[in-house]
Design a protein around this ligand. Sequence first.
Ligand code: SF4
Length: 392
Amino acid sequence: MTATRKPNLAGLSLAKLRALFAEAGEKPFRAEQILKWIHQRGVLDIDLMTDISKDLREKLKLSTEISLPKILEDYESEDGSHKWIVEVASGSRVEMVFIPESGRGTLCISSQAGCSLDCSFCATGKQGFNSNLTVAEIVGQLWWANSQLGGFHGKTERPVSNVVMMGMGEPLLNFDNVMDALSIMMDDCAYGLSKRKVTISTSGVVPAIDRLKDFTDASLAISLHAPNDELRSKIMPINNKYPIKELLRSVQSYMDSLPDKRVPVIEYTLIAGVNDHRQHARDLAVLLEQLPCKINLIPFNPFSLSDYRRPSSSSISNFRQILQKAGYTVTVRTTRADDIGAACGQLVGDVDDQTRRSDRHKRRHAQSESARKDGVKVFDSTDNLAVAADRL
Ligand code: SF4
């Protein structure tokens, strides 16, 4: 018989804490108190929550728990970024990355151990999938970053000002847990992050984007990476299920639902010889004509198991100029933390793959390496991609 787990106070949103206290016949303001102790002051010991009566503290100790994922390792990059290895209850290890910049600190958070979507330019995708993270495991990454960076007890003024759900996993395939975690991040009784500074990055799970407006008003980034369905389906199997037109319609509808004027960020990883031609830039400019947006170009960051290459500086600059001339605001993401394997697309952790995809990728990579050594022409990586739409 499986023992029923006690509710984990670290993973309950304000609404869920209120419901918990209401059920126990307690006053709703207890929910605010708990949220503040855990997420504003960094206190995990119920005995130290001194504005809660002793009786109630004893009850909470018996009927609930406060549990966060564990930090196993901390790597610090030459540029001041951190990558933390986080162990979650399933036994997998996921990664989160903190990037300090002038005037802000961005935390890139994981939502799943591994990922089932198998985008060809992403190290996480090559690992297969193990499990969804719980609410406490997602928001716990923010808790840990604050704790490690001196954000509790007022040592440092808000070290994490921005959160991007761009770590390991597709956040919208762990919808309920991610929505609750976002609500804690944005709650004034917890981290109080602004909706403009919390970004969900998705590969394009259209039905989930269609539901988003009922749960959050966080900002949105779309992993597009190709200007047409044919190429996008090759490098992102999810496109077979939710093609570009449907995706852009869904994104526009979410943006229209927001009361303020905000635009989505279109993420485009530039891969040499795959999607970085001038014509791709022109096609992208036409494709996005109807969708007010910003474009973020990400030069591909190499990792083992990938044959892709980073484009030359001139190719990146040409691509950018074409889009700028067409009137778009374009940024090129500076590579940060690649000395600790924490640049965009490089996160891997340690995932007990449930899909056997990681073995397939390793075999395929070994075959192409051996063919290369034997002087046999190796396919461009896009020829080799498993089209996994049927698994979605
Ligand atoms: S890019 Fe995102 S959705 Fe695609 S495989 Fe990587 S983690 Fe998954």
